[in-house]
Design a protein around this ligand. Structure first.
Ligand SMILES: [Zn+2]
Length: 261
């Protein structure tokens, strides 16, 4: 997850900044500080912060999106609540592979899973392992759990990446995957969108290769990760959506055969 991407968009559009230099900037892994919110109304389940307002975030400046303390966004709070309430993630010490680790999660996940917790990222100098998702340097069946949020849309050959995630999971392992997802239509992707400027126009982000659609579970199943879609608006009541500031969002719970998360 990058912070401050919007400020770089003019340079990216002109082709004056390549993807690696954007993602290697340490400053982009830290949340901005700003507003001093009042007590009340909103609550971040990740860090426990209560606030009247959260920070805006994103190219369009979504209001009340980002926790001012831990930097969590709507999708992070949804994922956290899902892991806490629907899986054993916080009740067992597991072998976890976390791709492109979000700073708001890392300390808590590492404290829970200790040496079983491994982070991987293509560029970030803060990850335990620098590697591409299409060629993971781990043996087959190494992990109980894979967490991959907003990474697959950055990978040109996402089917290869999905197959790699399946390979490094043990046969009874499970994965939670998130990505830009529109369940009302098929996946939008086009090899003709071959520059950051074209991808920004097509997908709203210079480094995204697609917006996933209702065929995403089939794509995951074909890679060995049969998955079901969990919608935030079905998982959380209206009251909890408002309290935790979770928007319309989806995650995919994928299981290898014979698994119980
Ligand atoms: Zn927080």
């Amino acid at each position: 997850m990058l912070h401050g991407l919007s400020r770089l968009l003019p340079d990216i559009r002109r082709g004056g900044l390549d993807e690696a230099s954007v993602y290697r900037r340490p400053a982009h892994y830290r949340a901005r500080k700003g507003l001093v919110p009042a007590k009340g109304m909103l609550e971040c389940p990740v860090c426990g912060r209560r606030a009247r307002r959260f920070l805006p975030f994103g190219v369009s400046g979504r209001r009340n999106a980002q926790c001012p303390d831990c930097g969590s966004l709507e999708r992070h709070r949804f994922l956290w609540l899902f892991l806490a309430e629907r899986t054993r993630f916080f009740r067992r010490t597991l072998r976890v592979l976390h791709t492109a680790p979000e700073p708001c999660f890392e300390a808590a996940f590492r404290a829970r899973h200790r040496r079983g917790y491994v982070t991987v990222d293509r560029y970030s100098p803060f990850a335990d392992v620098q590697a591409d998702l299409t060629a993971l340097p781990f043996p087959a069946g190494r992990f109980d759990v894979v967490l991959s949020s907003h990474v697959l849309e950055h990978v040109a050959d996402d089917r290869m990446a999905m197959a790699e995630l399946a390979r490094v999971l043990k046969p009874s392992g499970w994965a939670v995957l998130m990505f830009p997802f529109d369940p009302r239509r098929p996946t939008q992707e086009d090899p003709a969108n071959d520059t950051p400027a074209k991808r920004l126009a097509a997908y709203g982000h210079p480094y995204h290769y697609r917006i996933y659609g209702n065929d995403a579970p089939d794509r995951l199943a074909a890679a060995g990760l049969p998955a079901t879609v969990v919608a935030s608006r079905r998982f959380l009541s209206g009251h909890r959506l408002r309290r935790f500031r979770v928007n319309t969002n989806h995650l995919l719970l994928a299981r290898r055969a014979g698994t119980e998360a």
